[in-house]
Design a protein around this ligand. Sequence first.
Ligand SMILES: NC(=O)c1ccc[n+]([C@@H]2O[C@H](COP(=O)([O-])OP(=O)(O)OC[C@H]3O[C@@H](n4cnc5c(N)ncnc54)[C@H](OP(=O)(O)O)[C@@H]3O)[C@@H](O)[C@H]2O)c1
Length: 257
Amino acid sequence: MSTIFITGSTDGLGRAAAQSLLGQGHRVVLHARSADRADALGELKSRAQGIVVGDLKSAAETKAIADQVNAIGRMDAVIHNAGVYTRPGRGATPEGHAETLAINTLAPYMLTALIQRPGRLVYLSSGLHRGGEGSLDDLDWTKRAWDSAQAYAESKLHVVALAFALARRWPKVLCNAVDPGWVRTKMGGAGAPVDIDTGQRTQTWLAVSKDAAALVTGRYWHHLAQQQPASEATDPRFQDALIGKLGKLTGVELPEV
Ligand SMILES: NC(=O)c1ccc[n+]([C@@H]2O[C@H](COP(=O)([O-])OP(=O)(O)OC[C@H]3O[C@@H](n4cnc5c(N)ncnc54)[C@H](OP(=O)(O)O)[C@@H]3O)[C@@H](O)[C@H]2O)c1
């Protein structure tokens, strides 16, 4: 049995992934943005290996999340699931970053660097990442007029590029990105075509399965099948440039090997 940390497990796909993995007998470490939101975990609380608390909007709280996970022990897998969709404005985190960038890109980057290296890493992307090319000149939205859909698309491209970069740097870790489809959650809305159980399946399979098909790295997945992501995500020059900028924005370095 594996131990899996899932960010954003109070609701939606993260909560569904936790339920699925617990049902299979795995150990799950849950995450909520605040103590109040941790109450929403309900019956999952007593079944969890641990519950960590922190708002991914804040770099300080994100670092504290990594500390809490490391205090529990080494994870076999981490599912970087938490995310936000369209925001009314750029906003500003405690460190002054655009909120979408901070939650969807900077937080998974920092947690990846700061949590003791697991055996598998899974990043929740989106088919919308295909509209997210060309972000490097203004990653933090300080020059451009705010465009929430574009910011979301860019953030989802960033995590595919991150997964692919890690697959090159850390060959012993299985690093993959997943498009769960348009799923009926708080984010996806009631009219979305994909049910939540289908939506969680690929990321939980990649996190724990011993099937040969799941034991791969540097792939982009949709409903248990590999797909080709946007070309920037697979370009090592883009990946390295992105990681360099994320290092500067966060002050956290991603180990080369
Ligand atoms: N649903 C879709 O159609 C769809 C499609 C493509 C990709 N995705 C991706 O799948 C992932 C999960 O989406 P979902 O549909 O399950 O979304 P959701 O229902 O809105 O749930 C998002 C989860 O992330 C948490 N979260 C958001 N901001 C946070 C913050 N600042 N700090 C800590 N936790 C935070 C939420 O906590 P609270 O409960 O406290 O809000 C919640 O647990 C996201 O990365 C999303 O981009 C979803």
